[in-house]
Design a protein around this ligand. Structure first.
Ligand code: SF4
Length: 325
């Protein structure tokens, strides 16, 4: 067993996927977009170049090792600290995963590259594809997603429609709302129109409940998000986690799985740091994510704070912790 997993993380609790084992195939902020709400900071330079940013052989070796050690997860989620479809060996990676496990595969993507046939072919190998769409009109798309200059909202929507035509698996679209940017009646009507064209299986609504790169980003209220869900139609569901208490999203029965899964990782502190490198987490997130109690979590957090490896930040009355990059 290797001491440390580089490309794999978790399993972590996911509101949408249950217990999700993540595979990171894009380096930090290598992305086609520069979303204003990104939790990972600003994209220094957007890119559209597809290449083998991270080689798949060591990823598959780590996965085989984790499976041999008894990995259990509801999904293997291909994501990244950037846009995973930029990795040109995505399709080969999915083929490789399917050879060694029956755990279903999900891909988290911003959807921009689905306008390319080869990216659609790669993504079609997964079981669930979870693209984003935050705008139905060009002006809002530019404001919220700040895309590489080759993209337009029309191109994004037509790529998603083409993918719907070709893909027989599940498409779960995520719409991220930022107060004052895409929450007006006109913007919501544009998003609704796009959803009807794309025809996803589910639509998940989210907002900035965690600290974002731009501290001025305002989340919308739970009530307003629920009201928007009603307007957007029956496939829509709010997935934003507003309550600190409810961020313990795991059922009791999952706790044992998590403990078992995390015995794969060298130490709790290492697992905690791995979580915080990927997204800011509250104390409750950390407890449920690592299957540990508050006292133990506080002990690890204090150590990492003391060493200057992580920092805390408050948002809407909740303290989040994140790794210092
Ligand atoms: S697509 Fe994702 S990684 Fe890229 S800028 Fe937007 S939120 Fe960040």
């Amino acid at each position: 067993m290797t001491d440390k997993k580089i490309y794999l993380y978790g399993p972590v609790p996911s509101r949408r996927l249950g217990l999700s084992f993540g595979i990171d195939i894009a380096p930090l902020k290598v992305c086609t977009l520069d979303c204003i709400y990104c939790q990972l900071g600003k994209t220094a330079q957007t890119t559209i170049e597809r290449k083998e940013y991270i080689p798949i052989e060591p990823i598959l070796a780590e996965l085989k090792e984790a499976l041999a050690e008894g990995l259990e997860a509801d999904y293997i989620t291909i994501a990244g600290s950037g846009e995973p479809t930029l990795n040109s060996r995505l399709g080969e990676l999915i083929d490789g995963i399917k050879k060694v496990t029956n755990i279903p595969i999900a891909i988290l993507t911003n959807g921009t590259l689905l306008s390319r046939a080869e990216v659609r072919a790669d993504c079609s190998k997964a079981d669930i594809v979870m693209p984003s769409l935050d705008a139905g009109d060009e002006r809002t798309f530019q404001r919220i997603n700040r895309p590489n200059s080759v993209f337009s909202v029309e191109k994004l929507i037509s790529g998603l429609c083409a993918f719907r035509e070709e893909f027989s698996g599940q498409i779960w679209l995520e719409v991220f709302f930022v107060e004052g940017i895409n929450t007006g009646a006109e913007q919501i009507a544009g998003i609704k129109e796009a959803i009807e064209l794309i025809n996803p299986d589910k639509v998940h609504l989210n907002t900035a409940v965690r600290p974002t790169a731009d501290p001025n980003i305002a989340r919308i209220s739970a009530e307003k998000l629920q009201e928007i869900a009603g307007r957007l139609g029956p496939k829509c569901e709010v997935v934003a986690d507003f309550s600190p208490a409810s961020s313990s999203i795991l059922s009791e029965s999952k706790s044992e799985d998590i403990l078992k899964a995390h015995s794969l990782i060298n130490s709790k502190a290492e697992a905690l740091l791995s979580m915080l490198k990927r997204r800011p987490c509250s104390l409750n997130d950390i407890c449920s994510g690592l299957g540990i109690n508050r006292n133990e979590a506080i002990k690890h957090i204090s150590n990492l704070l003391h060493q200057g490896i992580i920092q805390s930040e408050e948002k809407e009355g909740i303290v989040f912790f994140k790794a210092i990059s």
